[in-house]
Write a protein that binds this ligand. Sequence first.
Ligand code: NAD
Length: 463
Amino acid sequence: MAVDESMVRDIVQEIVAKMQISDSAAGMHGVFQDMNDAIAAAKEAQKKVRIMSMDQREKIITIIRRKIRENAEILARMGVDETGMGNVGDKILKHHLVADKCPGTEDIKTEAFSGDRGLTLTEMGPFGVIGAITPCTNPSETVLCNTIGMLAAGNTVVFNPHPRAIKTSIFAINLCNEASIEAGGPDNIACTCEKPTMDTSDIMMHHPDIALLSATGGPGVVTAVLQSGKRGIGAGAGNPPALVDETADVRHAAEAIVNGCTFDNNLPCIAEKEIVAVDSIADELMSYMTTEQGCYRASEEEQEALIKVCIGKNGSPNRDCVGRSAKVLLSKIGVEVPDNIRCITFFGEKENPLISTELMMPILGIVRAKDFDDAVEKAVWLEHGNRHSAHIHSRNVDHITKYARAVDTAILVKNGPSYSALGFGGEGYCTFTIASRTGEGLTSARSFTKKRRCVMVDSLCIR
Ligand code: NAD
């Protein structure tokens, strides 16, 4: 559907302006000055959600989905404008993915055991109020996806969003509450405080009314949550390698890898961050990438310049470069390229910081491996033990199996772009919280439940 771009831009500017005028983000549901008040409001709302029928919960979720579709472009533009990262077109797709493919109440299933001694059910019950910490890389996507899953499971949620994405996150939280009110549900199913900081995060992590924590972000936040003394779901960092072996359809691999790597300017944690290619096909792969897939091959001097610009003194990616396009990154080192350049590539050693660091930029260094076993070893090293995501292009099932076992990640995409793992051009549901570190994997409503056993003795078995 054609969208009037200038109209959407005007709407976004109006929303952002309104949010700037009022310190308290007035008129937005679920937003409180004090984190303790946000938690209290979510607790009140949970008392109502707790006794709702599953149908009522699903009715709210249906309206959330509709509102996401209606506001996908506004949310996408807000995210790019506020954080300076990513691109609007891909962020629109990500919001539609959340609306269409984040599981709702259908994910909540009861197990039954029936026999001579009666009937026993294992039911998935809510935790209560969940404290969720969200990243700046997929801000509204994560808020919306978390809210759908947590509400489907009967919880309410308090967010401590990334401060760099607070307006976008508040806008998403408001949509969820408007949906609940429209469906006859309570306000404050999703809450936040208007100025999230490490202190408000700390209040949330140690508050007696927060029953479960969910952290989506880098290693620091996952460690903090796991040290809180509460149950925590930790969705942390990755550095996904894409391995290409000598049996691969090399042309297709080049296309899939560059498509995955450049999606939303490489912001998704699952996106290809570097390539390990078996030597016999490495030059062919480079050739397809540069001649057919819009990759710019950087010289050694340009790589040195990129290291200085893209990586800070502490070895972390420079925030001003994260989620920027290849064209913008190259312009920062004085190289002007046409608009069709979408990725930067080069051959390098695995220790090259442009290869070993989780940059979240469309930069794809290629590491040569002498054979498949060498490629596996290098790819496992590059994944840094995050056990998050890895990808492979191969027609050899034994190779795929060996790699899968060695890299041991929550996600392994074979012969496609990384985003297939989110249900985009691949089977399966979508999430933006991939809990590799704590083992839930791709979270969905059931991840936010606790199991409860309900036993009827010597009755209700009617076999
Ligand atoms: P970040 O770690 O800087 O911030 C994430 C969130 O954690 C923010 O809300 C931030 O304010 C908070 N935070 C950071 N350190 C904290 C601490 N010590 N205590 C409490 N809160 C803290 O990450 P980001 O730049 O927003 O996002 C990018 C990172 O997140 C990448 O490493 C990426 O791989 C990862 N990520 C992982 C997933 C996943 O599903 N596994 C999804 C998205 C992003």
